[in-house]
Ligand binder design. Structure first.
Ligand SMILES: C[S@@+](CC[C@H](N)C(=O)[O-])C[C@H]1O[C@@H](n2cnc3c(N)ncnc32)[C@H](O)[C@@H]1O
Length: 241
């Protein structure tokens, strides 16, 4: 298994979502992932309720695509699913959407093609090259919605949790094995710089608060955040004309 640090086989590179894919969506085994997903859904429902999402839309790092769940009989967007893990893509079952198996850190996933790019829980690939590929994939005037676990949570949790490592998410697998996958969560000003260095305009930041979600299952969240704290941060970026 490839690893960032060479000697430590428990620290995996970005391709290793395949390793957790079989149990990633099991909310009993991975309640923290389930809570962040639920918060992302709360945000998407708000967004789809107030903005028109039309045209070609990429869901990058889609896993089991939440955008699929936003499709209704009146939807007017064409969804393209992008992920570098076959096993995560397989969560979408056989479907009629275009699928691109692409590592967004290593190669473009589109060229002036998309009105919207969504990255839902995009912290594993929140690096400069992926942002440049987002810029490249967007049409002029196109927008990106990038959702990550909140900076407030990451700072508190990864500082106090004795088993944690900065820059990684720790997964304890059903069989007891522990593994670390990249999770890059920056302060708002650092994140803005990352977005703007890729040539995009960082034009808004939003949050979903703990109190906004119907329930929080994970003690990794409830023990570190109170009701008024953000559970996820959402960055909005635009490719200017
Ligand atoms: C935290 S999961 C989120 C999955 C999904 N968006 C959701 O909300 O359930 C991150 C996803 O990003 C994918 N991923 C990680 N690094 C990637 C990369 N470099 N290129 C494309 N996909 C990547 C993983 O395979 C995984 O499906």
């Amino acid at each position: 298994m490839k690893s960032h640090l060479g000697q430590d086989s428990r620290i995996h590179d970005r391709h290793s979502y395949s390793v957790v894919a079989a149990e990633y969506y099991d909310a009993e085994l991975h309640p923290t992932c389930a809570d962040f997903r639920l918060a992302s859904k709360v945000f998407l429902e708000r967004l789809f309720g107030k903005e028109k999402i039309v045209g070609r839309v990429a869901d990058i790092g889609c896993g089991r695509s939440l955008l699929r769940e936003m499709i209704s009989p009146t939807s007017r967007f064409e969804l393209v699913l992008v992920d570098d893990s076959d096993e995560m893509l397989a969560h979408n079952g056989p479907n009629t959407f275009e699928v691109r198996k692409t590592d967004v850190e290593a190669m473009p996933f589109g060229d002036c093609e998309f009105e919207w790019v969504f990255a839902i829980l995009g912290d594993p690939y929140n690096i400069s090259q992926a942002w440049k590929n987002i810029n490249r994939a967007l049409r002029y005037g196109g927008r990106c919605v990038f959702i990550i676990p909140s900076f407030v949570w990451a700072r508190e949790f990864r500082k106090k949790g004795s088993h944690e490592r900065p820059g990684f998410a720790r997964f304890v697998m059903a069989g007891g094995a522990e593994l670390f996958l990249p999770s890059l969560i920056y302060s708002p000003s650092q994140q803005r710089t990352l977005i703007e260095n890729a040539g995009l305009r960082a034009n808004a930041m939003d949050h979903v608060l703990v109190d906004d979600v119907p329930c929080v299952r994970s003690r990794k969240i409830s023990e570190f955040l109170s009701g008024g704290d953000p559970i996820i941060d959402i960055y909005r970026a635009e490719k200017f004309q």
